[in-house]
Design a protein around this ligand. Structure first.
Ligand code: CP
Length: 322
């Protein structure tokens, strides 16, 4: 059993301590190195991870599943499509019924903000939030921090530019919380209609003109426009959005030589990012995806309270993180 994480659930990055984030990233880097060497683990032997996805996903669901398997756990995948949700079963009843089958941990994605918090009051097992509405997507932010750390050695003091639909983005919100905790300087950029009200309360700077914001950024994080979360079209057209806030070969001309370009996916190629930039030399997008498995291995391991890898634990003790 391990007790390195003070919270029972991972509901968001808001309120996560620097120590907790550092521990998660350290274990995730260990798992990234070991996965690259092809090593697999049996630390969750006999345990089951339940993936409850009430909203579509490619990267998050697959990587939670692969992460669980690499730790030796069994995985059960629940998708609302084809389930008794269509017969009127509530999300809380669904979660309680899945819990009755004795999984060790629940991973949940839902289109409504706050559902993981609601479920945390109804079930006794740990919950990992895999994205709730436009509230938070903590595992995405943590894999983004790991990716930044790998490219820039550390996050502290780095200038992070987040571009796009900030108002509807759970990725932006989780990143802002985690990046601020780790001492980065965050600027958000996008059409005024897609900047949340009172951005100063989030601890970020705002720049509306992309070309002004790009030259000083160490990290450029592009976001998809969340059309599914907008009540009315909040940009004039996709073409105009691409012209003023899209990243392409013209707009990246003045970025730093060692800048990295990130995107959580899925990409709208030709809207917020051109194919040449998404697949170009500054892009670390597929490394983010690879890190997604490692971060989710760390989260499942730590929050399920399963035994930790001895080699990592001993190294952590020596470097006095624990
Ligand atoms: N980044 C992300 O959450 O992607 P999916 O929606 O495919 O899981």
């Amino acid at each position: 059993m391990n007790s390195l994480i003070p919270d029972v659930h991972l509901l968001g990055c808001e309120g996560l301590s620097k120590q907790t984030i550092t521990t998660i990233l350290s274990l995730a880097q260990f798992y990234r190195n070991k996965s690259d060497e092809g090593e697999r683990f049996q630390l969750l032997n006999g345990m089951t991870v339940a993936n409850l996805f009430f909203e579509p996903s490619t990267r998050t669901r697959t990587s939670f599943e692969i992460a669980a398997q690499r730790l030796g756990a069994q995985v059960v995948n629940f998708s609302s499509q084809g389930s008794s949700t269509s017969k009127g079963e509530t999300v809380t009843d669904t979660a309680k019924n899945i819990e009755a089958m004795d999984p060790s941990i629940l991973v949940i994605r839902h289109s409504s903000s706050g559902i993981p918090h609601l479920l945390a009051k109804c079930v006794k097992i740990p919950i990992l939030n895999a994205g709730d509405g436009f509230h938070e997507h903590p595992s995405q932010a943590l894999l983004d921090l790991l990716t930044i750390q790998q490219s820039k050695t550390n996050v502290q003091g780095k200038k992070i530019l987040i571009v796009g639909d900030i108002a509807h983005s759970r990725v932006a919100r989780s990143n802002i919380y985690a990046l601020n905790t780790m001492g980065a300087q965050v600027t958000v950029c996008g059409p005024p209609t897609l900047i949340p009200p009172f951005p100063e309360k989030l601890g970020v700077q705002v720049e509306i003109q992309l070309e002004k914001a790009l030259p000083t950024a160490d990290v450029i994080m592009m976001l998809r426009i969340q059309f599914e979360r907008q009540s009315a079209m909040q940009i004039p057209s996709k073409g105009e959005y691409a012209k003023f806030w899209g990243l392409n070969e013209r707009t990246i001309r003045n970025i730093k030589e060692d800048a990295i370009i990130m995107h959580p996916g899925p990409l709208n190629r030709g809207v917020e990012i051109s194919p040449a930039v998404a697949d170009g030399p500054y892009s670390v997008i597929l490394n983010q995806v690879k890190n997604g498995v490692a971060v989710r291995m760390a989260l499942i391991n730590l929050y399920s309270r399963a035994p930790l890898p001895q080699e990592w634990f001993e190294a952590e003790k020596r470097s006095s993180h624990v």
